[in-house]
Design a binder for this molecule. Structure first.
Ligand SMILES: Nc1ncnc2c1ncn2[C@@H]1O[C@H](COP(=O)(O)OP(=O)(O)OP(=O)(O)O)[C@@H](O)[C@H]1O
Ligand SMILES: [Zn+2]
Length: 290
């Protein structure tokens, strides 16, 4: 079985093919440019691959409402050329196969639940903390859609008492993304996150913000696993700091082993590593076929 996968990011696209076991056989990557040019590259990649289905996990916001005439569109992004763009309809003109289509983070959550850190579980959350913050939500065996789709990167958080940085979200200032995404680290500390030493106070403040969002998500959704990925989470020292913040915020209210001694196995890095995005798109393709 050959399934196509597209990880459609705001800065780069990754296309690949894989099988029903989540094994990726081949991949290419190219920068995201105007949609016509980028989709021509996607089409060129898949045209001789004989894929049985294609899964696309995309940057957003996107339309995932199957009843809508704009299903498969990228919607209100400020990214030049991509606003209100018929992404999936354009691909369907060329490939007569089932398409899976969801947000990049929902795709990653599905990939982790299928083959990764949440394998065998019927719920998990996938956070990416990178250029932006996004959250994929997989509950009772399904990716959560709704009015639009979850946008958990923009939840509101209490400010750290020593934080003087105003935040960088153009909509909310100091929401989770505005306070904790990669650009917020750089805006606050004036150097790139990757250049801050592991013992820098930046990480305690970072964990303070992420720990609030994660505690709120536990209270609201009660997920069976929480996966934290994205460029910023390459800083592995964040994990124990976040574990402590989550425990502090919940303060023993929820009595589950996962929130006590087991927390290091509950809030974890992606099992699929940096493959989480592409493997997730593969899982979307596989679901579309079924
Ligand atoms: N090792 C690191 N430590 C801290 N921050 C990092 C590290 N690597 C990357 N970042 C930060 O993460 C951000 C990039 O995130 P990522 O690598 O997940 O890419 P992205 O795909 O652009 O993000 P997004 O998922 O939001 O689209 C940048 O702001 C960068 O400074
Ligand atoms: Zn915001």
């Amino acid at each position: 079985m050959i399934i196509g996968a597209v990880e459609a990011g705001g800065t780069k696209f990754v296309c690949g093919i894989g099988n029903e076991e989540g094994v990726i056989h081949d991949r290419v990557s190219f920068p995201t440019e105007q949609p016509e040019k980028t989709l021509a590259q996607v089409i060129d990649y898949f045209k001789d691959k004989q894929v049985e289905a294609i899964g696309v996990g995309s940057f957003g916001p996107i339309n995932i409402n199957q009843a809508s005439p704009q299903y498969g569109y990228v919607t209100t992004t400020p990214k030049p050329g991509w606003g209100n763009y018929p992404f999936i309809p354009e691909l369907k003109k060329v490939f007569d196969v089932p398409f899976g289509w969801d947000t990049d983070v929902n795709a990653a959550a599905l990939g982790e639940a299928t083959w990764g850190a949440a394998k065998g579980l019927d719920s998990c959350l996938y956070y990416t903390i990178g250029t932006g913050v996004g959250v994929g939500v997989f509950v009772e065996g399904k990716l959560v859609h709704g009015l639009v789709h979850p946008e958990g990167g923009h939840v509101l958080v209490r400010r750290h008492p020593e934080d003087t940085y105003e935040g960088c979200c153009p909509y909310h200032g100091d929401c989770l993304e505005g306070a904790a995404a990669g650009p917020a680290l750089e805006g606050r500390w004036k150097v790139k996150g990757s250049e801050l030493t592991p013992d820098h106070p930046a990480w305690a403040m970072e964990a303070f913000y992420i720990g609030q969002a994660v505690a709120n998500a536990i209270l609201l959704i009660s997920p069976k696993k929480i996966i934290l990925g994205g460029g910023v989470m390459h800083q592995k020292q964040l994990f124990p700091l976040i574990h402590e913040e989550v425990k502090k915020n919940l303060n023993g209210y929820i009595s589950a082993q996962s929130l006590m001694d087991g927390i290091a196995d509950y809030i974890v890095p992606p099992g699929l590593g940096d493959n989480a995005g592409l493997a997730g798109s593969l899982a979307l393709g596989l679901r579309a076929l079924k």
